[in-house]
Each structure stands twice: as C-alpha cells, then as structure tokens.
Design a protein around this ligand. Structure first.
Ligand code: SF4
Length: 332
C-alpha cells in the first residue's frame, strides 16, 4: 500500500535553546585557536554530535578531568543546553578552563527557582523522567540537600520517588519544580497527586515545562486524529523526543521512532495511507525532509500538509568567561 498523505507537525525540530547551543559550539570552533571541548552532548541528538565532531575542532567529554587527555585539546569548555550543577562549574574553574555556558535560559530559570526556594528553607520536589538526565542532575545540584526527585506519573524507580508515597520533612514548606521537557499531561496529573497529598505545596506561577515542549506536544495532538501512523525523529536519550513518541503512540495507536531515514527500511507500514511526522527539539530538520523525500520517491503524487505555526523565539549567544573572571549574577 502506498503512503498518500503526510502531515508534518508544526512546530517540530529545533527550539531556540538548541539553536543557541549549537551556534555557540560552531562559532567557538571557528574562533578559538585550539579545538573546543563540550561537556556532555551539546543537545541530545546523535546526528548533531556527529556533525560537530566531524571537523576535528570539537571534542565531547562526560568528565572534565578528561580534557587534559584530549589530543590538541584547548582550554575552552562549553556547557550543554541541559545545564550543569555548580560543582561542574567549579571544577572547570579549578582546572583553569575558560567556559561558554550554553545552558538554555529556560533551564537556568528553574535553577534560579531551586536556589531561591532552598534559601528560604523549602523542600523541593523535582519532577523528572530520569535521575540520570543531565538536566535533572544539574537542577538538583543547585540545592542537593533540599531536593527530592519525584517520577512523573507512572515512571518511578531508579532514584525517583513515587508521587503517591513520597515522604517530606515539612509538608508546610514544600515547592514543586519540574524538568522542562516532560509530558504536559502527565506532569499536570503528577502535580495534582502531590497537591492532593500536600495542600500547602507551592506551584510556581510560571510552569517549568518549556514552550517548545508544550507546542510540539500540541502539534502531535492536532495531527494524530488524521493519520494512520506517526513517525517521530528523535534519539532515544532526548527526553522531549521520547515524550513525543509516547504521546503519538497514545493518540494515534501506531508510532515509530526513527534516528534517520535509514531506519525506514526496518519498518512495517502495511495498511498505512497517511502518516504524521514530528521531531524532537534537537533533531535537524533535514532529517525530516529526508523521510519526506523517501515517501515522495515511492509516490510522486504524495500530498504534504504542514499544520500549525512556527515559533519566533531567539536566545542570546552566551559569552566566554575566563577562569579569572567573575561569574555573571545569574550563574552564581
Ligand atoms: Fe530550552 Fe525547551 Fe529547548 Fe530544552 S527543549 S533547550 S528547555 S527551549
């Protein structure tokens, strides 16, 4: 059976935080005399990391102590869009590394909230989808003694407490913060459970889930009723991308993850005439266009519809901070 109609989710793909972070690496790689080092994957997408690595001007490390061992490694480290804990920033300073902080400002906002509430003596219930996610590690690191990790509804274990049973030292001094890239619906339900158990729970007025997460999930919901199957282009370690995959599966009943168009070869799309396509906030759009081109090559009469609106948000380029310089106030 031939695929006749593709519905492209809009928005999909790169968010403002990802664009800012990738450009920070690209510009530093050109500007710096020696290759630059990125702490952790700059964004959670294999193709992006491969492309940045391919010129030999960018190295990726998971431990700053590895910088010394890099051949031709320079003295500039870039922090990824997911943010870092203060301990990593301090380690960079102690190693004498200049830093470029490509943390998304929407993650920094959550860090600022965590520091504020910890200073005021609150316990922070931090909702996340994995205790090992870089963003969760970074946010928790701002207030490790005040933070309890809570799993989003239905996802507990491995360092995450169940919202139904989590214990807190003082239910009257309690605030909930969240990872930025969770399921909107599951996060709302998780907060409702916590609020039911702890009526004094403070929920910050501006939700921590970011605009890109919400908009990409809404776009999937809009398209799902019209399609037989959904394709989601994402790496498995992209939190927002995997939430799109789960949502597409729930809304449409048939959803598949692709890293690139090469993965189409392994898919059984029998009975599928219409397909929805979306992509994680860290997935380059040319990977989506490759998938469309594949289906067009099989059916030149393929119809392609793009629903929704693009976003119009930009974040400022991060500045390089020398190890001897004072940190900007927002980073302290
Ligand atoms: Fe920032 Fe949201 Fe993009 Fe993450 S997904 S980089 S929080 S805008």
């Amino acid at each position: 059976m031939t695929v006749e109609h593709i519905y492209l989710a809009k928005p999909r793909g790169f968010c403002a935080g990802v664009v800012m972070a990738i450009q920070a690496v690209e510009k530093a790689a050109v500007r710096e005399e020696k290759p630059v080092t990125v702490y952790h994957s700059i964004v959670h997408n294999h193709t992006v990391v491969e492309r940045l690595s391919s010129g030999g001007r960018v190295h990726f490390v998971e431990d700053l102590d590895g910088v010394d061992a890099l051949p031709d490694g320079g003295d500039t480290v870039i922090f990824s869009a997911h943010g870092i804990s203060p301990a990593v920033r301090e380690r960079a300073r102690s190693l004498g590394l200049a830093t470029i902080d490509a943390t998304c400002p929407l993650v920094t906002k959550v860090h600022t909230e965590a520091k504020k509430y910890a200073r005021e003596g609150y316990t922070i219930l931090l909702i996340g989808d994995s205790a090992k996610h870089q963003e969760v590690i970074g946010t928790r690191g701002e207030a490790p003694d005040n933070t309890i990790l809570v799993g989003v509804l239905g996802k507990t274990g491995a360092g995450l407490h169940d919202p139904h049973t989590v214990e807190v030292p003082d239910p009257e001094r309690l605030v909930v913060l969240t990872q930025t890239t969770l399921s909107v619906d599951d996060t709302r339900k998780t907060i409702e459970i916590l609020k039911g158990r702890f009526p004094a729970l403070v929920v910050p007025p501006s939700e921590d889930l970011c605009y890109a997460t919400k908009n990409r999930q809404d776009a999937v919901k809009n398209i799902a009723p019209q399609v037989d199957a959904f394709l989601v282009l994402t790496s498995t370690h992209s939190s927002n991308g995997m939430r799109l995959l789960e949502l597409a599966e729930a809304e449409c009943g048939r959803a598949y993850r692709l890293e690139t168009a090469a993965d189409l070869a392994g898919l059984d799309l029998s009975g599928v005439r219409s397909i929805g396509i979306t992509s994680a906030a860290s997935t380059p759009d040319d990977l989506v266009q490759d998938v469309v081109a594949h289906f067009r090559s099989l059916n030149p009469a393929l119809q392609v519809t793009e629903e929704g609106e693009w976003e119009n948000i930009e974040f400022r380029e991060p500045k390089k901070i020398l190890p001897t310089q004072e940190l900007p106030r927002t980073m302290q």
